[in-house]
Each structure stands twice: as C-alpha cells, then as structure tokens.
Design a protein around this ligand. Structure first.
Ligand SMILES: [Mn+2]
Length: 275
C-alpha cells in the first residue's frame, strides 16, 4: 500500500511490518549554483535534513529510499557537496540503518561522497513490496513492469497559473497517471540493453510522479507545455513514450487537494492535446 504523507513531498510503502519512506530530488548544493548569478543564500541542507529526520521519527520506516538527484552538480562534486553530502548521510545513518539511493541524472560521482554502508542501486530502479521505484531520467528495468505501481521523480511537477490580479501562483503537485503496460513493455524491451527474451508478467498500470523534496527548487509547470514533446529531453523517456496517459492524469496538491486532470489545465492554458 502506498500512502502519500500529506502535506510532505514524501510517500510511505507499507506492507505488514515493513515501511519504506521514499523521497526524490533533494538536489543538495543547488543553492551554491546561484552564487554565479550573485544570489547568495546559506546552505539549505540542514533544513532538508531536519524535515527528513522529522518524517523518520514520525513514520518509523525500516528503509529510506532516495529516488535520485540527491546532489545537484551533474558530473562532478563541488566543494560544498564534499562537505554537505557526507555529513548529511552520516546524520541520517544514526536514525535509520537501511538507506538506498536510486541514482538520478545529477548523481555522477556520488559514491565517494557516501558512507560505505549506503547502497547505491542500479539507475534502472528497484522493486520494493510490489512497487517499482526509478528516478525517471532513464528507462526502468523491464523487471519493474511486474509491479502494479511505478513511482518516479525527476520532473519536479508544479502547477502554475495567474490569479485575476496577475499574481503568479506556483504549487508543487503529485501526478497520478494510467499506464499502458504493453506499449511500455514493448518499448522498454526494445531499448533495454539487458533484453532477456523472458516473458514479463506485466502488471504496471499506474505511474506516480513525486514532487521534489527540496521545495526551494524550481519546478516544471505541467500545465504549460506538453510533457511528452520530443524536444523536451529533460522529462525522460517514459513520459515521451506515449504509454502514459498524461491528458487524464490526476493532479493533487501536497495537502491532498484534487486539482483536476492535466488535460483540463492545458486547455485552460491554451494547449491542445497532442494525442
Ligand atoms: Mn533528475
């Protein structure tokens, strides 16, 4: 069972005694990149750590899964990350023994920054209690399609609009979409390097896109530009694959408020469905 931990951008997978806390897109060190533009803000890492520790205290998970983009700089590690990331994980380790990182596109050179007992999973994702977890910048492993529900991060989904006074409102959101498992399986098997020819028991029917845990980050207004456009490499292959029904995907605010479907919002923003 998946529980969205309202009003936090985090979810809990519960199965009997086992509880897995999942968060995505921490982008530790993001604020450092702002200094190039002359914007100076103190490190946001202590705040992220505090919120995460509070969730661990409250929901007492056995396992913590970081669903990609733990740190911000893509290929290398900046000086601040060499300081912040190891300290961050050392403090988490004191609270929870089993921490797994599913790498995202920003997690190049992450391994040397982590304490040795933190597991780095394959970037194609993992299955926990029947839920397939992957970051979203790359295809999930074919095996993940045997889970009923897939969960990804990477998109930083937000809804953006103007009120009658012209003020811009931006809210982090959850997306729940239906999947077409056979279209998806066909494409994954075609692209997958580890094609086995094995018959998959395809069960994946639902995709959940998680909001970014770091709420200081910008997001992608899902109502403003079609997510599945080919030019938008940044959204990752699964959303461009046409196996996700984005038009009818449901949008929820962090507090659980249902905001309607992506298709309805796009019509309002002047975007016609491309399907
Ligand atoms: Mn990403």
């Amino acid at each position: 069972m998946i529980v969205l931990l309202q009003p936090h951008p985090a979810l809990l997978i519960k199965a009997g005694e086992t509880r897995t806390l999942v968060v995505a897109d921490l982008h530790i060190g993001w604020e450092v990149t702002l200094t190039n533009q002359g914007v100076h803000v103190p490190s946001q890492t202590p705040k992220l750590l505090k919120r995460l520790l509070q969730l661990i205290d409250r929901y007492k998970p056995n396992t913590l899964v970081m669903l990609g983009d733990v740190k911000h700089t893509v290929a290398t590690a900046q000086l601040e990350e060499w300081r912040d990331v190891p300290a961050f994980f050392e403090k988490l380790k004191r609270k929870i023994a089993d921490i797994r990182v599913v790498p995202g596109n920003h997690d190049g050179n992450l391994a040397p920054l982590l304490p040795p007992d933190i597991e780095i999973t394959p970037p194609t994702g993992i299955t926990i209690q029947g839920v397939g977890l992957f970051h979203g910048h790359t295809w999930p492993a074919p095996k993940l399609l045997e889970s009923r529900v897939l969960v990804m991060g990477h998109v930083h989904p937000v809804i953006a609009f103007r009120d009658p006074l012209g003020f811009r409102i931006i809210k982090q959101v959850w997306i729940k979409a239906k999947l077409n498992p056979s279209t998806l399986a066909e494409q994954i098997l075609k692209k997958s390097a580890q094609q086995t020819g094995e018959k998959l028991k395809m069960k994946a029917k639902k995709l959940v896109i998680m909001p970014q845990f770091n709420d200081f980050l910008g997001g992608r207004p899902i109502n403003e530009k079609p997510l599945e456009k080919k030019s938008e490499k940044i959204v990752g292959p699964i959303l461009r694959s046409r196996s996700v029904d984005l038009e009818n995907a449901e949008i929820y605010m962090l507090d659980g408020t249902y905001l309607g479907k992506i298709g309805e919002w796009r019509l309002r923003s002047g975007f016609r469905s491309s399907n």
